[in-house]
Design a protein around this ligand. Structure first.
Ligand code: MN
Length: 426
């Protein structure tokens, strides 16, 4: 029995916002993800909830008294759960709120969606064991998976300032690279530019400096999840990453989706956390009964590419791969507990990346580095174009959804970003 479920997850619920009831909608009344939007790029920022093709102004509806998402995220799970219940009751068919709330709706395609919150700190983990193994083979054929991998959730501190919301465009980064036949490195545009298919956890309530978050409390500190594309310059990465890890190969741009799907919305899709018999069990500080029973989340993930040629021909994007967050080696609760075990304080709005989420099969890889085997095997796209790494004009679109028999499917919307040509060196 899943004690996380409540009346808001009832698959029978329908909304008076008709578009929310369409079968393919990512935002039925069972989802209710939060975002930050404005009327026009310069308009006042508001907290919105996505419902079908619309966004509801949550403050105008009288449900919150702030327009600041970080303030909302800092609230207790009890307060947030009551807010979700009130949103659900107000948006379901037959609700007495309909007449009042109709004027607080705007079509999503008429508003500007911003980063959903201020991201103070960003940490990227490495929970995709299939990614870690495949990439490890490319960088270190003799020791693909380092001996710590199955004991410690590996991560590095990333950079928050260059995180953008879906729709982000950025110039191909310059960086120091050294080719296999070159004696000295050269500063030049990266020619092995890649994406990484990830999910991001946005921290809700923080913890005080010096006070670790135990496994039993960890999920009370997770506000929700977004899609995350951790754009990566592989040639820069290969040259710079030892001994201190990724640096300029990762911090030129990272893109997240605008809607935060709350942990409560994900409740129907929780799955057990299981370790293969041959693998070590987590140390006690990374273990709990609740985590074993339902620490994982079944989130189906997809990567799509839209090249310049596809756009010019009026073709839609082509799918590159599919995978699932349930294959991650560590859970959301374990990431939060591990990150704070030394007393490190997490704050509302901090972003924890999952790491590239590749599935067990080669075609389920979450990066071009893996799909092209380090650039050796070019992929052929549906229109006949080939790719090893990204070319100028390429857009990458990440999508995610949760589906389970007996529940309404929910989705994350899109996380889209596009590569522009490198700027010329001054
Ligand atoms: Mn990453």
């Amino acid at each position: 029995m899943n004690e996380l479920l409540n009346a808001t997850h009832d698959p029978q619920l329908r909304s008076w916002v008709a578009s929310a009831n369409e079968a393919g909608s990512d935002f039925p009344v069972q989802n209710l993800p939060f975002g930050t939007y404005s009327q026009g790029p310069q308009g006042a920022r508001k907290i919105g909830v996505a419902i079908g093709s619309q966004v509801l102004d949550v403050r105008a509806a009288g449900l919150v008294d702030t327009a600041d998402m970080n303030e909302l995220m800092a609230q207790s799970p009890q307060v947030l759960s009551a807010l979700r219940a009130a949103l659900s009751q107000g948006l379901v068919e037959g609700s007495a709120q309909q007449a009042a709330w109709e004027r607080f709706l705007s079509p999503q395609d008429s508003v500007t969606l911003h980063l959903p919150c201020r991201i103070g700190d960003y940490t990227d983990f490495y929970t995709g064991i299939h990614h870690a193994t495949t990439v490890g083979k490319l960088f270190r054929p003799d020791a693909p998976l380092l001996p710590n991998y199955k004991w410690v959730p590996i991560g590095y501190h990333g950079r928050a300032s260059s995180i953008g919301v879906s729709g982000q465009v950025f110039h191909r980064p310059l960086g120091q690279t050294r080719g296999p036949n070159e004696e000295v490195p050269v500063l030049r545009p990266s020619h092995r530019l890649d994406y990484e298919l990830e999910l991001g956890v946005l921290v809700g309530q923080g913890n005080a400096l010096g006070e670790p978050i135990g496994m039993g409390q960890a999920e009370a500190h997770a506000f929700g999840m977004v899609l995350l594309n951790d754009w990566s310059a592989r040639d820069v990465q290969a040259w710079e990453y030892q001994p201190l890890g990724p640096f300029l190969s990762k911090n030129f741009a990272s893109t997240i989706s605008p809607w935060i799907v709350t942990m409560e919305a994900l409740a129907p899709f929780r799955v057990p956390f299981v370790r293969p018999d041959a693998d070590p069990q987590p140390l006690p500080y990374l273990d709990s009964e609740g985590n074993r029973r339902q620490g994982g989340v079944d989130v189906a993930l997809e990567v799509w590419i839209e090249t310049q040629a596809m756009r010019e021909a009026g073709q839609g994007p082509a799918r590159l791969s599919q995978s699932n967050f349930r294959d991650a080696y560590w859970t959301v609760a374990q990431l939060l507990s591990h990150h704070s075990v030394n007393g490190c304080n997490l704050q509302p709005g901090d972003l924890l990346g999952s790491g590239t989420l590749s599935g067990p099969r080669p075609e389920q890889a979450g990066s071009l580095l893996e799909l092209s085997m380090g650039g050796k095997n070019a992929l052929t796209l549906a229109n006949g174009e080939t790719r090893t790494f990204l070319q100028d004009g390429d857009a990458i679109i990440l999508r995610a959804s949760c589906a389970r028999e007996g529940f309404r499917r929910i989705g994350f919307g899109e996380c889209r970003g596009q590569v522009l040509p490198a700027r010329r060196l001054q």
